[in-house]
Ligand binder design. Structure first.
Ligand code: GLN
Length: 550
C-alpha cells in the first residue's frame, strides 16, 4: 500500500489546537494498527526555533537525533508513542537555507531560482523524505500558521501539487476552523469557516474534511450549512469541542467519526481502534485519589508553554501514581532566603527548571537549598541540576564563590564549566550538545532504582557541564554522581546521600515521557512527593490550577 498523506491546515485564527488534532488523529490511526508519523511545517524564517526566546515560541523540543523543534513534536511523540527526527520539522528558514546552499553549489545549472518551482519543490522533497525513512502507512502533515497568511502560500501550493502528484486517492486535506458563538445573536456563526475554505480553495486545495472548533455542540442545521457552503459531505463536518484535557481529544474525535471518515476516504484496510489503555489513562487523570502541589521554579513561568513537556510528564507520572500534580508556578526572581519557607509551605516536591542565563539564579539556589535542607523531594533538570551542584559546592563544600562560568567567568571554583567542544564556536544555532546520549547508571542509586536498568539514553540541550577537575570535592562531601556518559565521562546525574529523593539530571527526562511510557524519574519523583505530602499532611484537595486543564 502506498503511503497516504493527510494535510492539515488551519483557518480563521491561530491557537485552535491543530497540533492536538493531528496528534489525536495520529493516535486513532495507530490504535487501528497503522504505522503513522506526523510532520510539522513552520512558515517562519528561523532555521529552527533553537535560537528563539521561550516567550516567543514556548518550549524548544529536542528529538533523539538532536533537532531543536517546535513543541508540537512533543505532542506527536506523547500521543503516538513514536520517536520523531530532524525531518519531522521543516521551517521556511531551513527550506531557503537548503535551496540557497544548492544554488551556491551550482545545483540549479544556471536557472533562475524561484519560489515556484524551487522552493515548492524543496518543500515537497522534505515532505516525501519521511516516506523513504520510515515505511509509514500514513504521514500526517501539519501546516503551521493560518490560511491566508502570505508566508503560508508556498506550503499550500506544495500541498496542491503533492495532491496532484501523489494522486487524490492517496491524499486527504483536513481544514481546522473556528465556529464562533455570537452572544448578541445567540448563534454559532459559520461565515468565518466559509471564507477560510474559500481562501484555501482559491489556492487550489479543496478540503475533504472540516474540523470545526466550537464552544458548543454543532446542531444539524449548522453542520448542513458548513457542508453545503464548503463543499464537503455532511459526515465530513467534525465538531471539535473544548475538552477538559487534551488527552480526551482522541476520544472526542472518535465519537465524531474523524478516523472512520479518514480510513474510508483513503480506502485503507484498518481494524477498529483499540483505545482501552488510552481510556484507562484518561480516567486515571480525571479522578485520582489524591492531589499534591509541586513547585516549578523557573524564569518563564508566566508562559506555561515554555515548560510544556514538564507539565505533560507530570500528567503521565501522576496517572501512574493515582495522583494529580498541581504545578505551583514560582518565578525564580521572586524567591528569597526570607520568603522561601512560606512559598514552599504547601508543596510536596520542588522542580528547578532548565534555562539559560544568570537572571533568577539566586532564587533557584534558595529553592535548591530549601529542598536539600528540608529533605523535600527534588528534581533539577539541566540548569536546575547545575544549580544543585553550585548550591552544594557553596553551602556544603564551603566554596562560597563556586559558580557556573555561564554566570561568572572569574569564579575561583567553576564547578560548572563550558564543555571543551563548545569553546571555539561562533555560531549559536544548532551548536549545543543536542539529542540523545547514553548514560550509565551506578548500581543502588535512586536513578538506577527508577530506571531499573544499567544503561539508558536521554536527550540533551546544553553547553555547560559539571567540571571534572573539581568533582572530587563534591563526592568528598557526600554528593553521589550516579550517572555518567560512558564515552566522555561526563556527569549526567547527581544525587545526595542523606536525602530521601534528591536528583539532578543534565539531560531532559521530560522529552521522553509519553502516555504509554511515562518517564521513570518523573514517576519516582511524583511517588516520593506523594509520600512526603502524606507524611506532612499536604495532600488536601485543591481546585485551582489543575494540570488537567492545561
Ligand atoms: N544554560 C545551561 C547550559 O547551557 C543549561 C541549559 C538548559 O537548562 N537546557 O548548560
Amino acid at each position: 500500500m502506498a503511503t497516504q498523506y493527510i494535510f492539515v491546515t488551519g483557518g480563521v485564527t491561530s491557537s485552535l489546537g491543530k497540533g492536538i488534532i493531528c496528534a489525536s488523529l495520529g493516535r486513532l490511526l495507530v490504535a487501528r494498527g497503522l504505522k503513522v508519523t506526523v510532520q510539522k511545517l513552520d512558515p517562519y524564517i528561523n532555521v529552527d526555533p533553537g535560537t528563539m526566546n521561550p516567550y516567543e515560541h514556548g518550549e524548544v523540543y529536542v528529538t533523539d537525533d538532536g533537532a531543536e523543534t517546535d513543541l508540537d513534536l512533543g505532542h506527536y511523540e506523547r500521543f503516538l508513542n513514536i520517536r520523531t527526527s530532524q525531518v519531522n520539522n521543516v521551517t521556511t528558514g531551513r527550506v531557503y537555507n537548503d535551496v540557497i546552499n544548492k544554488e551556491r553549489q551550482g545545483a540549479y545549472l544556471g536557472k533562475t531560482v524561484q519560489v515556484i518551482p524551487h522552493i515548492t519543490d524543496e518543500i515537497k522533497h522534505k515532505v516525501t523524505l519521511l516516506e523513504e525513512k520510515g515505511d509509514f502507512d500514513v504521514v500526517i502533515v501539519e501546516i503551521g500558521g493560518t490560511v491566508g497568511d502570505i508566508e503560508s502560500l508556498p506550503y499550500i501550493e506544495a500541498v496542491r501539487q503533492l495532491r496532484h502528484d501523489l494522486g487524490r486517492q492517496n491524499t486527504l486535506s483536513i481544514h481546522l476552523t473556528l465556529v464562533p458563538y455570537l452572544q448578541a445573536a445567540k448563534e454559532l456563526k459559520t461565515k468565518p469557516t466559509q471564507h477560510s475554505v474559500k481562501t484555501l480553495a482559491e489556492s487550489g486545495v479543496q478540503p475533504d474534511i472540516i474540523v470545526a472548533r466550537a464552544s458548543m455542540q454543532l446542531d444539524e442545521s449548522i453542520r448542513e450549512k458548513i457542508a453545503q457552503f464548503c463543499n464537503v459531505e455532511y459526515e465530513d463536518v467534525i465538531a471539535s469541542l473544548d475538552a477538559q484535557s487534551i488527552y480526551e481529544v482522541p476520544m472526542l474525535m472518535r465519537e465524531e467519526g474523524l478516523d472512520r471518515r479518514v480510513v474510508q476516504k483513503l480506502n485503507m484496510e484498518a481494524g477498529e481502534p483499540d483505545l482501552d489503555r488510552w481510556i484507562g489513562f484518561v480516567e486515571a487523570i480525571k479522578s485520582p485519589s489524591s492531589e499534591i502541589n509541586i513547585a516549578l521554579v523557573g524564569k518563564y513561568v508566566e508562559h506555561h508553554d515554555a515548560y510544556k513537556s514538564i507539565i505533560e510528564a507530570f500528567v503521565h507520572a501522576g496517572a501512574v501514581n493515582d495522583c494529580r500534580v498541581h504545578i505551583k508556578w514560582m518565578h525564580s526572581d521572586d524567591i528569597t532566603a526570607k520568603n522561601v519557607q512560606e512559598k514552599m509551605s504547601d508543596v510536596s516536591g520542588i522542580l528547578v527548571a532548565p534555562g539559560f542565563g544568570g537572571r533568577g539564579i539566586n532564587g533557584k539556589l534558595h529553592a535548591v537549598k530549601y529542598a536539600r535542607t528540608q529533605k523535600i523531594p527534588f528534581l533539577g533538570i539541566c540548569l536546575g541540576m547545575q544549580c544543585a551542584v553550585i548550591e552544594f559546592a557553596r553551602n556544603v563544600c564551603g566554596w562560597k564563590k563556586a559558580n557556573s562560568t555561564e554566570f561568572d567567568e572569574q569564579s575561583p571554583h567553576p564547578v560548572i564549566d563550558l564543555m571543551h567542544d563548545q569553546r571555539d564556536l561562533d555560531e549559536m544555532g544548532g551548536t549545543m550538545r543536542l539529542g540523545h546520549y547514553k548514560c550509565e547508571l551506578k548500581k543502588g542509586t535512586l536513578a538506577h532504582k527508577a530506571y531499573g536498568e544499567k544503561m539508558v539514553t536521554e536527550r540533551h540541550r546544553h553547553r555547560y557541564e559539571v567540571n571534572n577537575n573539581l568533582r572530587y570535592k563534591l563526592t568528598e562531601n557526600g554528593m553521589v554522581l550516579s550517572g555518567f556518559n560512558p564515552e566522555r565521562d561526563l556527569v549526567e546525574i547527581i544525587e545526595l546521600k542523606d536525602h530521601p529523593w534528591f536528583v539532578g539530571v543534565q539531560f531532559h527526562p521530560e522529552f521522553s515521557s509519553t502516555v504509554s511510557d511515562p518517564q521513570s524519574l518523573f514517576v519516582d519523583f511524583v511517588k516520593e512527593s506523594l509520600k512526603y505530602g502524606k507524611d506532612h499532611d499536604l495532600t488536601r484537595l485543591r481546585e485551582e490550577e489543575s494540570v488537567v486543564n492545561q
